[in-house]
Design a protein. Structure first.
Length: 107
């Protein structure tokens, strides 16, 4: 009889361990599934962010090129304006000289 009671205790203990083991495995499986879903979501978000980064980088490159073009145009315009101002100064000097000559001839 003693052996039946011991066997019953051992069997009960084994059943308890099996129940706990199955529950733990289910929790681990749920955790693994959850982690797998999170990993997939993070990979999707990473891909979206990489695409956005590429798009922003392209926009930046295009804007940088346009800015360089505008700066070059501005430099060209400034040079033209300087040349124009110099020409006007030359014309003013020539006009002054001509006026001086006219004044000399009139007197």
């Amino acid at each position: 009889m003693k052996s039946v009671i011991e066997k019953e205790k051992k069997l009960s203990l084994a059943l308890t361990k099996l129940k706990n083991l199955n529950l733990k495995k289910l929790d681990v499986k749920k955790d693994i599934d959850n982690l797998s879903e999170q990993k997939n979501q993070l990979e999707i978000e990473k891909q979206e962010l990489e695409e956005k980064y590429k798009s922003l980088r392209d926009d930046y490159d295009n804007l940088s090129k346009k800015l360089d073009e505008f700066q070059n145009q501005e430099e060209i315009e400034q040079k033209k304006q300087l040349e124009f101002s110099e020409k006007i100064d030359e014309l003013n000097q020539e006009t002054d000289t001509l006026l001086d000559e006219i004044d000399k001839w009139q007197t």
